[in-house]
Design a protein around this ligand. Structure first.
Ligand code: UDP
Length: 330
């Protein structure tokens, strides 16, 4: 029997990381998961612990990363990923995107592994080009509340390209747009868990600003498939992976009201600083280079996600803060 490939996935206990672990186990890989559990949750991967092809290291990748044995692939998905997380743990957000990426590129060089780093639509900031193509340089405020995430991810892209050019490391960069699905943290402040959590608790839905800002939501299974295809491709420049179906946040709130059948109403709250006004990926590259496009409609994806949130224990529904933050906030 052919030897199985071994892949390191950082951020393995997070939303995207845990789905990636599942996908790579399914594809016949040996998976090494790594997470410091600031925002990740072991419950997302506990079903994998009995699998002989899965190992887990509790480690912060912003410090030196050591993995014994061979590695064929690395996926760097460790990072806080929600605007309220960046506000609470800004230094950790900067470190994992910069120092963490540096450590993992060094590991990839040492192990001669192919590495894919998780970048983001946030590199486009509050975009002045619509929809966003990979060629657009972005409109980012470096000192705004989102700057710690956006600039760390922009640095991440720069250092990844530098390792590609100067050290000939085999690199991939995915720019991920808003993604949703089971295992999102109900209390992470992002719009989908916020609205569904509010509906489940019988609270009004809080639309920020007038709700005319847009987003484009991709179901996690589609996102993971795009990432898988990019890793297996020979293309080293950034590729947008997201769902181009764009919707205003007000319309999105109305969809959640319909989905959940809540009798609550929409209330308006101030728009956070530097909140992007519009966001939609141009996925021409993903289509032509990877033969990828999303398959799951928002209707189907939201239904699956709602069922997941409904199945969570009551205490999770009322837990406002993430339990692991306290120990990291000094
Ligand atoms: N938003 C909202 N109500 C909420 C949470 C978020 O109206 O309770 C808005 C937010 O201002 C933004 C959009 O929803 O315009 C998406 O926010 P999210 O935090 O999910 O991610 P972003 O795409 O801004 O990084």
């Amino acid at each position: 029997m052919a030897k199985k490939n071994r892949i390191l996935i950082t951020g393995a206990a997070g939303f995207l990381g845990s789905h990636l672990c599942d996908r790579f186990i399914k594809e016949g890989f040996r998976v090494v998961g790594m997470d410091n559990l600031i925002t990740g949750d072991l419950r997302n991967i506990e079903h994998l612990f009995k699998n002989p092809d899965f190992e887990f290291f509790h480690h912060d990748v912003s410090t030196f990363v050591h993995v014994p044995g061979e590695l064929n692939y690395i996926l760097h998905f460790a990072s806080p990923a929600s605007p309220i997380d960046y506000l609470k743990i800004p230094i950790q957000t900067l470190k994992v995107g910069s120092l963490g990426t540096h450590n993992l590129l060094g590991l990839a060089k040492e192990k001669k592994a192919r590495i894919l780093v998780a970048s983001t639509s946030e590199v486009y900031g509050d975009p002045l080009v619509h929809p966003q193509t990979e060629e657009y340089y972005g409109n980012v405020n470096p000192i705004g509340p989102r700057g710690v995430y956006d600039e760390a991810k922009r640095f991440q892209e720069a250092i990844t390209m530098a390792y590609h050019t100067y050290h000939k490391v085999d690199t991939r960069i995915v720019r991920i747009f808003n993604t949703y699905g089971p295992r999102m943290r109900l209390n992470d402040g992002r719009v989908l868990p916020a609205f569904i959590g509010q509906a489940l608790r019988g609270e009004d839905l809080t639309v920020f600003g007038d709700g005319s800002q847009t987003r484009s939501f991709c179901f996690v299974e589609d996102e993971v498939d795009g990432i898988f295809r990019l890793l297996m491709s020979e293309y080293h420049l950034p590729v947008n992976i997201g769902n181009p179906s764009e919707i205003t946040i007000l319309e999105f709130a109305e969809e959640i009201i319909k989905l959940t059948g809540t009798k609550q109403k929409i209330i308006f709250k101030p728009l956070p600083q530097d909140d992007p006004k519009q966001r939609q990926p141009d996925i021409t590259k993903a289509k032509t280079l990877l033969g990828w496009q999303p398959k799951v409609s928002r209707r189907e994806g939201l239904k699956i996600t709602y069922e997941y949130f409904k199945s969570l224990p009551q205490e999770v529904l009322y837990q406002r803060e993430h339990k692991n933050f306290d120990q990291y906030i000094k």
